[in-house]
Design a protein around this ligand. Structure first.
Ligand code: C2E
Ligand code: CA
Ligand code: CA
Ligand code: CA
Length: 278
């Protein structure tokens, strides 16, 4: 069993580290990727299901590798998390997301929340809160424009450090989302002890939603819980009209997934936003 960053504990498997030369290639190439501007952020809209309005965007990192083409985060984020590179990568992601948030504001989309995935090695760093607030201030952004996404498992790694930094950020107006909700091993105790704003239901719950199953009972229950706690709720991985209809009918407020839009680079996102209600 091996500890990974955002995804907690997984069985050590060969597909995590297909072969060690590829691992070394990624590890040695990443610092160059960061300073030579090979990383990209794509943005996936989050949609108010009842109104069909776009209310937020999730930033998802990619690596435009000079030889291998556009690499998905699964190919390099876990490797960055095993080495110290995740801090630099995470810092780049936050800076780029805030720079893009300033562009979006200029184009009249300043109300859209931008959600950024953050690894535990990042938010357990003592000055994480100050770094985030400094980047926001650098672009004159309202902290409320930023949402930090952290997984359930990563919260539980070091509750005390998570608490201090997340509380400071929440106090400043940054919102905190629990990513991949429902897949962790954690108790629900953290839900009222941390300043959480949003639960993101993992897409495994959405996948078979149109066939009646116990999972649907879970969805109904977590929706009621989020409502009772006054926490926002996003269903991830909505791919079909049937899944959308089911979730809307169950009272789910916000959806994200290929059914609405794939993650888009900023130049393609801007016309998409202009053509859809926000
Ligand atoms: P995640 O945070 O759960 O992000 C959602 C993933 O689901 C994204 O994959 C997205 O492209 C994909 N997705 C969206 N809609 C659908 C759908 O309808 N169906 C299916 N099957 N998939 C959908 P992506 O971009 O490959 O990212 C994978 C993971 O990499 C993310 O999972 C997140 O854990 C991590 N990641 C991405 N960007 C960053 C980053 O900047 N920093 C860190 N630390 N991790 C990141
Ligand atoms: Ca996420
Ligand atoms: Ca701190
Ligand atoms: Ca997720």
């Amino acid at each position: 069993v091996k500890e990974t960053g955002r995804n907690g504990f997984c069985l050590y498997s060969s597909d995590m580290r297909q072969d060690s030369s590829q691992f070394l290639d990624i590890e040695s190439g990443l610092p160059r990727a960061i300073c030579h501007d090979e990383l990209r952020l794509h943005y996936q809209p989050q949609v108010d299901m009842a109104q069909g309005r776009i209310v937020g965007l999730e930033a998802l990192v990619r690596w435009a590798h000079p030889q291998r083409g556009l690499l998905p985060p699964a190919e390099f984020v876990p490797i960055a998390e095993e080495t110290k590179l995740i801090r630099e990568l995470g810092d780049w992601v936050l800076r780029r997301a805030c720079r893009d948030a300033a562009v979006l504001r200029e184009r009249g989309f300043g109300d859209l929340k931008i959600a950024v995935n953050v690894s535990p090695q990042q938010f357990e760093t003592d000055d994480f809160d100050q770094c985030v607030l400094a980047i926001l201030a650098c672009h004159g952004l309202d902290p409320a424009v930023l949402e930090i996404e952290i997984t359930e498992n990563s919260i539980m790694r070091d509750m005390n450090k998570s608490m201090a930094n997340l509380t400071a950020l929440a106090h400043a107006g940054v919102t905190i989302a629990v990513d991949d909700f429902g897949t962790g091993y954690s108790s629900l105790g953290y839900l009222h002890s941390l300043p959480l704003h949003t639960l993101k239901l993992d897409r495994c719950f959405v996948q078979n939603i149109t066939q009646a199953s116990e999972r649907n009972t879970i969805i109904t229950a977590v929706l009621a819980m989020a409502q009772g706690l006054e926490i926002a709720f996003v269903a991830e991985g909505v791919e079909t009209q049937a899944q959308h209809d089911y979730l809307l009918n169950a009272g789910c407020p916000i959806g994200q997934g290929y059914h609405y839009c794939r993650p888009l680079e900023l130049e393609k996102l801007l016309p998409f936003l202009a053509a859809h209600p926000t």
